[in-house]
Design a protein around this ligand. Structure first.
Ligand code: BEZ
Length: 393
């Protein structure tokens, strides 16, 4: 791919200028380091999510002795601030200035869409450990772009299906106005209306605003049977607290599981029983989840969440690719083939990737009990995103 040619040419110029012989291709392949660009939010509403992803990613690498495909892992890190206007510049810093071999990022769909465009132009390997923008594994799908998280459609669809199955007939939706919120609500509507539900009103506010009061007043007036929301991170915690403080307990609140993941400590006093749908739950009963949770808690003195799992699995996916080529980063086709075929032994349960490079995975029904999102059932088994517009799928 073109980035390889550019990088080799650049290395040749540097080596020539230093009076060195230009390294042959095989010698470059044997350089014993893989440079990983971490582009994630470390400030703002999604800061905690970026940290959990980083922790999960590094935990896996530590478990493999700090090495991937026989190479030492080295990092270049950028705080993307969940700011789409800065995304291209931040991605270019990693790809063109820091000359990373692979980029892992990010959380915010708007930022990730810009990253995917740069990855497509430069051929950089991109692994997305959260952002759910449907188009990335839809119309923008590409051989070098992989995701270990979800599409925004998936948990939205799972929640709509669960609510329709429970014979809930009406809902009002509320979310931030950007790709993640819009696509989450679209997924919800698709399953909810197919199951006989009716959406009375769709409400939005700009990301990352948290002035929820006017919307809560309107929900009280509309008196729907239920409310569906997409919020995440610090904004989700504030929304849940505001919802119950507004006296809306009589109108059951539902959401994709980002509403409660990573924020259970701050909402547990008001939100016991809050039901959500996601591809992870704290107490999933498999050996991998038990081992992952105990190592994570021991190392970070924190309970892990879905974001930590997705970061851990991004490292597992990269390891699968690099091991298959023995660390020879020039063998991109073989590396991608191995990543496409990988069966990831995830704490969420094993998963494989679709042809569009997005996880095919169960959507769990979870209930907040104490500080845990406890799995009580499965809304949809092995749910694959429809990957609309992806020519590979
Ligand atoms: C997103 O922007 O895609 C997103 C952010 C936080 C949680 C889930 C999705």
């Amino acid at each position: 791919m073109s980035i390889d040619r550019t990088r080799r040419a650049a290395l040749g110029v540097i080596a020539g200028a230093a009076g060195l012989a230009v390294l042959p291709h095989a010698a470059l392949a044997q350089a014993k380091k893989v440079k990983i660009g971490l582009m994630l939010p470390y400030t703002g509403t999604y800061a905690q999510l970026g940290t959990a992803i980083t922790n999960g990613f590094k935990l896996y690498i530590e478990e493999t002795g700090g090495r991937l495909g026989g190479m030492d892992a080295e990092y270049a890190t950028v705080d993307d601030e969940s700011a789409p206007p800065k995304a291209v510049e931040n991605m270019n810093r990693l790809v063109r200035r820091d000359n990373v071999d692979v980029v892992v990022g990010t959380v915010h769909s708007g930022v990730a869409l810009a990253m995917a465009n740069v990855a497509r132009q430069t051929g950089t390997t991109l692994i997305i450990p959260n952002a759910g923008a449907d188009d990335i594994t839809g119309s923008l799908c590409a051989p070098n772009i992989f995701r270990t998280s979800f599409t925004n459609w998936q948990p939205g669809y799972g929640t709509g299906k669960m609510m329709a199955d429970r014979r809930i007939r009406t809902a009002v939706t509320l979310t931030w106005k950007y790709a993640a919120g819009d696509e989450s609500v679209n997924g919800f509507k698709e399953a909810f209306t197919a199951g006989g539900g009716k959406v009375l009103k769709e409400m939005t506010l700009p990301f990352p605003n948290v002035e929820f009061q006017p919307f809560l007043t309107e929900i009280a007036a509309l008196k729907p049977e239920s409310v569906y929301v997409f919020f995440a991170g610090a904004g989700a915690a504030k929304f849940v607290k505001d919802y119950y403080a507004a006296g809306l307990k009589g109108i059951p609140l539902y959401g994709s599981g980002f509403l409660t993941d990573g924020v259970t400590d701050s909402i547990q006093d008001v939100a016991q029983g809050l039901t959500t749908v996601l591809h992870y739950g704290d107490g999933i009963d498999n050996p991998k989840n038990k081992a992952f949770r105990s190592s994570y808690e021991a190392k970070f003195k924190l309970a892990p969440d879905v974001y930590a799992v997705q970061g851990y699995d991004a490292a597992q996916l990269l390891a699968a690719g690099l091991s298959a080529v023995n660390g020879d980063l020039a063998k991109k086709d073989a590396m991608y083939k191995a990543m496409e075929a990988a069966k990831i032994d995830s704490p969420r349960g094993p998963f494989t990737l679709s042809k569009a490079h997005n996880p095919v995975q169960d959507m769990y029904i979870r209930e907040l009990k104490g500080r845990d999102n406890v799995v009580t059932g499965i809304a949809v088994k092995a749910l694959a995103d429809p990957a609309r517009g992806c020519k590979a799928a």
